[in-house]
Design a protein around this ligand. Structure first.
Ligand code: ADP
Length: 176
């Protein structure tokens, strides 16, 4: 069995279709919906989601907040706000790492056995994909090494080249 015992998976597809305990949304700090994966999640979850989000008073960059999944197959949505890439000198790496840590902590606190992440910040927020992937996989590897919940972390990539980057990053930490 591999080092992580199959606890980190890479999947290619639409995160809104995943029947997991929690999906993570790459939200913006208003939490009121936007483009990319955020728009897709709001459309698939239905208007009740925006109603709940309005009561949350936004979310800071590097933080995350939980809502119900409404019409999604996922039970919960963890809305994480990633940093906008500004060249790397504005604390972006720490803020992106914090998004993943906070999301995993929230998932663990709700006893989520499976949690799925999109590639936070790598779309409209322009974070370089390779660097973002190293952070995402590094945090997940450390977290599953130290915690029994979530049992499984899924990286849900929207395209195959991104999935390939994730598979390489998972293989690299497996070999450590
Ligand atoms: P951000 O504003 O944090 O950059 P985006 O939604 O623009 O967020 O992009 C984050 C990542 O999510 C991108 O890699 C994009 O390809 C991917 N993405 C977009 N739609 C979906 C979806 N339905 N399921 C999974 N990933 C998606």
């Amino acid at each position: 069995m591999s080092k992580f015992g199959e606890r980190i998976h890479v999947h290619t597809g639409d995160i809104t279709r995943l029947a997991v305990d929690a999906i993570v949304n790459a939200a913006n700090s208003s939490l009121l919906g936007g483009g990319g994966v955020d728009g897709a999640i709001h459309r698939a979850a239905g208007p009740e989601l925006e109603f709940e989000c309005r009561m949350l008073n936004g979310c800071k960059v590097g933080e995350a907040k939980l809502t119900k999944g409404y019409h999604l197959p996922a039970r919960y949505i963890i809305h994480a706000v990633g940093p906008v890439w500004q060249g790397g000198g504005k604390g972006e790496a720490g803020l992106l790492a914090s998004c993943y840590i906070r999301s995993l902590e929230i998932a663990a606190a709700r006893d989520c056995r499976t949690v799925a992440f999109p590639a936070i910040s790598t779309g409209i927020y322009r974070y370089p994909k390779n660097e973002a992937t190293q952070i995402a996989v590094g945090i997940a590897g450390t977290f599953v090494g130290q915690n029994s919940t979530p049992e499984t972390v899924i990286f849900c990539c929207f395209d195959e080249p991104t999935a390939q980057l994730y598979r390489q990053a998972v293989a690299a930490i497996e070999g450590c």
